[in-house]
Design a protein around this ligand. Structure first.
Ligand code: BEZ
Length: 396
């Protein structure tokens, strides 16, 4: 081949390579790049079942969108955060720096959430929180790149404080794990309960994730309060409810809790949980077609998984919120102003019932009063209608 023909071919090859590169970086082909979603969740330890349910729910929402969000095929990256706050920054950086994800979805534990939210803010990455209720995340740390599909720890606690005061209890002991979720859940309860004329006799706690409850149960028995309010979740909730019953307290001192006490746990708690009253933004027996379709879709997609619980719903709604955001930006996960404007006016059609998002990115939602009947948390009524977290310290 003559050398000028060879040079022309080389120039053509170079031009087409450059054209391709430019096409990928700008034009419509940008929408063809995969949307990298980083799931930072607990897959081991006391919250492992919660992490799995959230992932299932999220994947279901994405697959109902044909596996694409904002026109981009979704690709998953996963990190087990082990519910360990000390590892939160390193784990977040695996997704942000190593895997270069476009969106973070996580996590469950409030202490881990603080590290994850800081990493998302420092690196300008969109974050959807599918569980952890840490008040600071939609309080002082609130930002146009952070949204929650779940609840603030304050919300179920506050709703239950109103219920317990209305039921005429005057002296209550609280018991929880000593970390942000427990403290804030008790804080919300106390705020409403004291407003309603009640008094907290003693605040008991033990370090997360300890489950040696015996000494504290003995103390409750000797304090003889009118009732007990508690926050525990996952494996710890199973053990607490069984131990409370075994200590003979269930029949004499009514136990109330944030709904995590009995959600996703009833199979293991058995008769020990029967009749317990809790408050939460999800329940069995919500009569809405969205809920029925969600349950059917979940059972079909994950036939060997346990029935969907509040965590599966929160994962599903994280997927729905991301779908809404990405549709508005045509798949650009950095357009935080557009995402904030869109999610601030959106109504999320959730299996829990429709909800909106506050300016701080936290759900404004009904809190159900639920009663354990057999293997279900049946709706008894609405404890608090369209309850909005105060989001103290949020400047948005
Ligand atoms: C939390 O740490 O925020 C949390 C964990 C499990 C259930 C609910 C809240």
């Amino acid at each position: 081949m003559k050398s000028n023909t060879l040079n022309r071919l080389k120039r053509l090859a170079l031009a087409s390579a450059v054209g391709l590169a430019v096409g990928v970086a700008a034009g419509p082909a940008a929408a063809q790049q995969k949307l990298k979603v980083g799931l930072m969740l607990p897959y081991t330890g006391t919250f492992a079942a919660l992490g799995n349910a959230i992932e299932n729910g999220f994947r279901l929402a994405v697959s109902e969108n044909g596996g694409r969000l904002g026109g981009r095929e979704v690709e998953y990256f996963k990190v087990d955060d082990e519910s360990d706050p000390a590892k939160a920054t390193d784990n977040a950086n695996k997704l942000i720096k190593r895997d270069q994800v476009d969106v973070l979805v996580g996590t469950v534990h409030s202490g881990v959430q603080m590290g994850l939210a800081k990493a998302a803010n420092d690196n300008n990455v969109l974050l959807i929180v599918p569980n952890a209720g840490a008040g600071a995340v939609t309080g002082p740390m609130c930002s146009t790149n952070i949204y929650r599909s779940s609840f603030s720890n304050w919300q179920p606690g506050y709703a239950m404080g109103e219920v317990v005061a209305k039921r005429g209890h005057k002296n209550v002991v609280t018991i929880t794990w000593k970390y942000a979720a427990g403290d804030e859940s008790v804080g919300g309860f106390k705020e409403a309960f004291e407003k309603g004329g009640g008094k907290i006799v003693k605040e008991l706690s033990l370090p997360f994730p300890n489950v040696e409850f015996q000494a504290l149960l003995t103390e409750i028995a000797s304090l003889k309060p009118d009732a007990v309010y508690t926050f525990f979740a996952g494996g710890g909730a199973v053990k607490f409810v069984k131990d409370y019953d075994a200590a003979g307290l269930r029949k004499t001192i009514p136990l109330y809790g944030a709904g995590f006490l009995t959600d996703g746990t009833l199979e293991a708690q058995g008769a020990s949980a029967e009749g317990l009253l809790t408050t939460l933004h999800y329940a069995d027996g919500i009569d809405n077609p969205r809920e029925k379709a969600f349950r059917a879709g979940y059972a079909k997609a994950f036939p060997s998984a346990p029935a969907p619980d509040v965590y599966a719903v929160q994962g599903y709604d994280a997927g729905q919120m991301l779908a809404t955001a990405m549709a508005a930006t045509k798949g650009d996960a950095k357009k935080f102003d557009v995402i904030h404007a869109e999610l601030s006016k959106a109504t999320i059609d959730s299996p829990r019932g429709k909800f909106t998002l506050s300016k701080s990115g936290n759900p404004v939602q009904d809190m159900y009063l639920r009663e354990v009947k057999g293997k279900e948390n049946r709706v008894v009524g609405i404890a608090s209608k369209a309850l909005s977290d105060p989001s103290r310290g949020c400047k948005l």
